[in-house]
Ligand binder design. Structure first.
Ligand SMILES: [Mn+2]
Length: 376
């Protein structure tokens, strides 16, 4: 018999902050083979294994050690969470971090403010194995990454319309938390790894960014806890001030062209066989973009034609008043916007109150509308 495992009550790690209700956790771990051999080694050496998800035995690290040229990458257009995800994952599990294209103004602000080293832009993935952070959709995979070279995915998004089709068994960890950085902060804690100040700062910033300073409906108790913990590690006293300065950095879009704004935080999806692009601009000063809405609509229409997709919806997300102004480029997408968000068209926009999250509100609403149309 190769090995045996004993699990005790200690296997289930309670949430460390108080009476917070446990939310549903979805942890998919498919990289069993590397993990099992690590467990076998641990068992042979007489160590006890506390938890069957790789905690204490960093199976990803062991897996990555056997690959010379390994890099952690986020979705095509980087944001602060995909940046933080690649940096934290590389620190915890080995390999190096990279971004597929240059950073947006908010992420640049975070790198400066946290005094962190900026990962380099990498677009040549030949002879590399890759770990993906913050996405699992084939439509968001940076060009040049072969699915056969993907070792692991760490993410917090729905598996959605066009998940990556990967023939090999790999490690996939998806938890329905507010950010990828929250999952990595939790992995660090499970592994007993203390993050350096700079990375704790970047991780905290990523949680704040993805959850809009813990106000988005995607926010979980875990996000709140790890913002506190990471802030403490990073020596940041005033988290609100940090979050507000980030939101301000993100809001200054005055120097950007309409097309730049549409593509600043943009993702492609596939719903019911339709290619759908969704761009968002989170801003405290929505009026500035509302004033430019006809420029934006022209840019949306041009971008949609240029990329040959079926739909393109853009949302001005007003993070101050917690609502979104939905824009489109043509009559087909006006119909889609109305079907997805209801209401009426006023000033050539649809306004949707309480909507600030692409992941849990805007994306799912559009997905349902596209699927309903396809089913007709
Ligand atoms: Mn994210």
């Amino acid at each position: 018999m190769p090995f045996s495992l004993r699990f005790s009550k200690g296997d289930v790690r309670p949430l460390r902050v108080g009476r917070a209700p446990l939310i549903a956790i979805c942890v998919l771990i498919l990289g069993i083979s590397g993990f099992a051999s690590s467990l076998a080694n641990a068992s042979e050496q007489g160590q006890s294994v506390a938890r069957a998800n790789g905690a204490q035995v960093n199976y990803l690290k062991k897996l990555i050690e056997s690959h010379e040229n390994m890099i952690w990458m986020g979705h095509i257009i980087p944001d602060t969470d995909s940046l933080a995800g690649s940096m934290l994952a590389a620190y915890l599990h080995g390999g190096r971090s990279g971004v597929p294209s240059p950073l947006n103004p908010e992420s640049r602000f975070v790198i400066d403010k946290c005094d962190a080293d900026e990962p380099s832009v990498v677009d040549d993935f030949s002879n590399m194995t890759v770990g993906l952070v913050d996405f699992n959709q084939s439509t968001q995979l940076p060009a040049g990454i072969s699915t056969g070279n993907i070792l692991a995915i760490i993410d917090h998004h729905a598996i959605g319309g066009s998940p990556l089709n990967i023939a090999d068994v790999i490690s996939i960890e998806i938890r329905p938390w507010g950010s990828t950085a929250t999952i990595l902060a939790d992995q660090a804690e499970l592994l007993g790894v203390k993050l350096p100040k700079t990375l704790a700062c970047v991780g905290m910033a990523a949680i704040l960014s993805d959850t809009v300073n813990l106000t988005s409906p995607t926010t979980t108790e875990y996000d709140k806890i790890y913002v506190q913990k990471l802030a403490q590690q990073a020596g940041i006293d005033d988290v609100d001030a940090f979050a507000n300065s980030m939101l301000l950095a993100k809001s200054d879009l005055s120097g950007l062209s309409a097309t730049d704004i549409v593509l600043l935080d943009y993702k492609d999806f596939e719903f019911a066989g339709q290619k759908v692009g969704i761009g968002v601009a989170e801003t405290l000063t929505a009026d500035e973009l509302i004033t430019r809405r006809y420029q934006l609509k022209s840019a949306i229409e041009a971008q949609k034609k240029a990329s040959g997709i079926d739909h393109l919806i853009f949302a001005i997300v007003d993070t101050r008043d917690q609502k979104s102004y939905i824009l489109w480029g043509d009559a087909k997408d006006e119909k889609l916007a109305l079907s997805a968000f209801g209401g009426t068209v006023k000033d050539d926009m649809v306004v949707t109150d309480g909507t600030i999250s692409r992941k849990s509100q805007i994306g799912p609403a559009i997905q349902k509308a596209v699927e309903a149309e396809a089913a007709k």
